[in-house]
Structures are given as C-alpha cells and as structure tokens.
Design a protein around this ligand. Structure first.
Ligand code: NAD
Ligand code: DAU
Length: 361
C-alpha cells in the first residue's frame, strides 16, 4: 500500500512537530490538511516548504467533499487527526468553535474516511489506520493522592474543550465498534516544546517574562500538570501507528507531574541565567496571582504503563532537559514569537487577562 499519510492540523503546535519529524526522517509523503485558524501557522513548516514529501492543503476537516477528493487522490495508508480547537480558556469564552471542529469536524472526517476505507481492497483495509490524537483532560481531574489515569479510567470531562474531545473520542470508538474502522486513540498529557503558541502556560510565561510583563498564575498556582516534551509525544504517535492494536486506546505521558508555580519558577530561574534582566533582578518578581480559571481541573497525571509494556515506548527527555531545549528554542526564535503575537493574539490577551485584572497587552 502507498506510504502516504494524511495529517490534519499539521500547522499547529504538535501537528507541525509531527510533520517536520516525519518528513525529515523520510518516512513517506504527508498531505497536511489545516484550516489555518489563529493557532495554525505555515511559518512552523518553513523547513520543509520545498520538500516534495510535504503537500500542504488549506481546508477544514468538516469539509467532506474536500476530504473525499484528497483521500481518493492520495490513497493514504493512514490518517492522523490533530486538528482541533485546543485552548481550554478559549473554550470557556466561546465553546461553539470547539463543538464545530472537535465534534462535528471529527464526525465529518470519520465519515469521509469510512467511505474511502470501505472502497479499499481487503488487504489495504486491514493495513489502513485512523489515529485520533486526544487528551488526558477527558478523564477529568484527580485529587492529590489518586492514582494516575489509566486507559480504563471513566470519562469525566469538565470544560467545553475536554467535553468536545471526549465526544470525538467516543465517535472514534463507535466507528471501530460499529463499522470496523481500524482506529487508534492516544490520550496525552500536557505537551511543551518548540512552536507552542504563547497562549498556553509555558510559552506565555517565557514571552511575558522577556517582554517585561507580569506572569499570570491562576488561583494559588498549586494545580498539577504532567508535562511531556512534544517530540516524545510525536515518537509515541509514530509507535502507536506502527504497532498499536486496532481499536485500542493508549495513554501517553512523561511521568513529570509539576505544580504550575514550580514550572513558572523553573522558567524564571532558567531565564535569569540565559537572559538576565537588565536591572539584575529575577523574573520571579514578575509573577502575579490572578483570578482562577472557572472549573479549573486540579490535577492530571498519566499512567503510560500500557504504552511502555506493550509497545516499548518511553520518553527520551526529562523535564529538565526538555525545558532547557524549549527555552533555548524561544530565545533563538524571537522573530517567530513576534509574528505570532501580533494581530489576533493581542485581542485574546486583552479579552482574557483584562478580566483577571491584569495589564498584559
Ligand atoms: P493547536 O491549537 O496548536 O493546533 C491545532 C491545529 O488545528 C491548528 O493548526 C489549526 O489551524 C488546526 N485546525 C483547527 N480547526 C481545524 C479544522 N476545522 N480543520 C482543519 N484544521 C483545523 O493544537 P495542539 O496543541 O497542537 O494540539 C493538537 C491536538 O493534540 C489536538 O487535538 C489536542 O486536543 C491534542 N492534544 C494537545 C495537547 C497539548 O498539550 N497541546 C495534549 C494532548 C492532546
Ligand atoms: O492535558 C492536556 C491538555 O493540556 C491539552 O489537551 C490542551 O490542548 C492543552 O492546552 C493543555 O491544557 P491546559 O489547560 O492544562 O494548558 P494551559 O497551558 O492552558 O494551562 C496549564 C496550567 O497553567 C493550567 O493549570 C492553567 C494554568 N495557567 C495557564 C495560563 C494560560 C495559568 O496559571 N496561567 C495562565 O496564564
């Protein structure tokens, strides 16, 4: 079967890292379908813009006609679905786009893929994979002493974002169970690394620190996230695609639980060394506690034992090595940051943080 894959959302943070690695490792042709929302950025893909193994298509996963054309034209052996609205705070301000892309969009994608897959030869139907990239947030929030999420943890999404991702996961599951579509689902913890849009905690803190702005901590800063370097997540997806058992779910995580305030202080100390403030003071002085996120999940933690035991995946980076690479990338790519923080980004910062009593714009 043709080695071409279709990736959706490959101009966003994780999708772009995935596409870059796939093409650089010469794993085959990638058709990259992306709507280029505020979070999608072709600048993420400049390194492969002239590479014939990368075909960018500007379009929506909700467009079944376009999807059918792409599937017929390129005859992929897999579809990897990253496309989504991904920011929890934006889902609180305006959930509709999340339902449209994450639920209705995934449904349309599944329908187009089902039609294409149904027309393949038996041999190619067996080889085909639909991999859905999802999140640990579908499992809800853990208390301090609860065991980390396994794949059998009950779904309990708490934000419009996580509810929309949970709905998409259920659709994927149903398309396998009902139609036999060869699906795989991955539920990953918080990613960080290059090309991360600075609305999310880690890149926002680096950006604000360097710009001399305040560093907003929601509530008491004791909420816990389980951090994974983005390239490790991409390697896990490649491994699941290659060897995952059809119909199965795999949790992906870095065994790196950290309270938000610790992450922010680590970033401040690293910047103090790499890019000291001109007044000699620490970036820690820029930390400001602001109004909490409504319905803020207290703790996420992923148990990635199944992926380790069954498929032999484990992360390459520790939090310490990954965060250093990340800070170095942002220091070396200030032009990228400047470009993505113009325009729409400013409106978001105004709307979201001014409500929290901040002056960040
Ligand atoms: P992102 O917001 O950075 O990128 C999303 C991409 O999808 C953008 O390029 C955007 O233009 C595109 N897109 C949005 N709507 C689309 C549509 N209707 N049709 C086609 N393209 C569309 O998101 P991300 O952080 O890279 O996350 C990618 C996926 O991984 C998402 O499904 C997310 O739920 C999941 N995930 C993210 C994390 C994380 O920490 N960022 C962790 C676990 C899982
Ligand atoms: O767990 C996986 C999820 O991780 C993904 O599914 C989401 O797409 C991704 O955005 C991320 O969600 P979070 O809500 O955990 O990420 P975020 O970077 O928005 O926030 C991380 C933590 O930091 C969270 O507890 C909220 C807090 N926070 C965030 C921002 C933006 C702050 O304290 N201040 C901030 O300004």
């Amino acid at each position: 079967m043709n080695k071409t894959i279709i990736v959706t959302g490959g101009a966003g943070f994780i999708g772009a890292n995935f596409v870059l690695a796939w093409v650089k490792q010469s794993l085959g042709k990638v058709v990259n379908l992306d709507k280029l929302t505020y979070a999608g950025n072709l600048e993420n893909l400049v390194d492969i813009q002239h590479n014939p193994d990368h075909i960018f298509v500007h379009g929506d996963i909700g467009d079944q006609t376009l999807l059918a054309e792409l599937l017929i034209e390129h005859q992929p052996c897999a579809v990897v679905n990253f496309a989504a609205e991904s920011h929890v705070d934006r889902s609180i301000h305006g959930p509709e786009d999340f339902i449209q892309t994450n639920v209705v969009g995934t449904f349309n994608l599944l329908e187009a893929v089902r039609a294409y897959w149904g027309g393949l030869t038996l041999e190619n139907r067996q080889k085909f994979r639909f991999l859905h990239v999802s999140t640990d947030e579908v499992y809800g929030s853990l208390s301090k002493d609860e065991a980390a999420f396994t794949e059998t943890h009950a779904y309990a999404p708490n934000s419009p974002y996580s509810a929309s991702k949970a709905a998409s996961d259920h659709l994927v599951r149903a398309y396998h169970h009902t139609y036999g579509l060869p699906t795989l689902t991955t539920n990953c913890s918080n990613n960080y690394g290059p090309h991360h849009f600075p609305e999310k905690l880690i890149p926002l803190i680096i950006h604000n620190a360097l710009a001399g702005k305040s560093l907003p901590i929601y509530g008491n800063g004791q909420q816990i996230r389980d951090w994974l370097y983005v390239e490790d997540h991409c390697a896990a997806i490649r491994r699941v695609l290659e060897a995952g058992k059809v119909g199965e779910v795999y949790n992906v995580g870095g065994w790196n639980e950290k309270p938000n305030i610790d992450v922010v202080k680590t970033l401040c100390r690293m910047l103090d060394l790499k890019k000291p403030r001109s007044d000699g003071q620490s970036y820690i002085n820029q930390i400001t506690y602001v109004e909490d996120r409504p319905g803020h999940d207290q703790r996420y933690a992923i148990d990635a034992t199944k992926l380790a035991n069954e498929l032999g995946w484990k992360p390459e980076e520790t939090f310490e090595t990954g965060i250093e690479k990340t800070v170095n990338w942002y220091l070396a790519n200030q032009e990228w940051v400047k470009n993505v923080t113009s325009g729409e980004y400013r409106n978001w910062v105004q709307t979201h943080y001014i409500e929290r009593g901040e002056e960040l714009a």
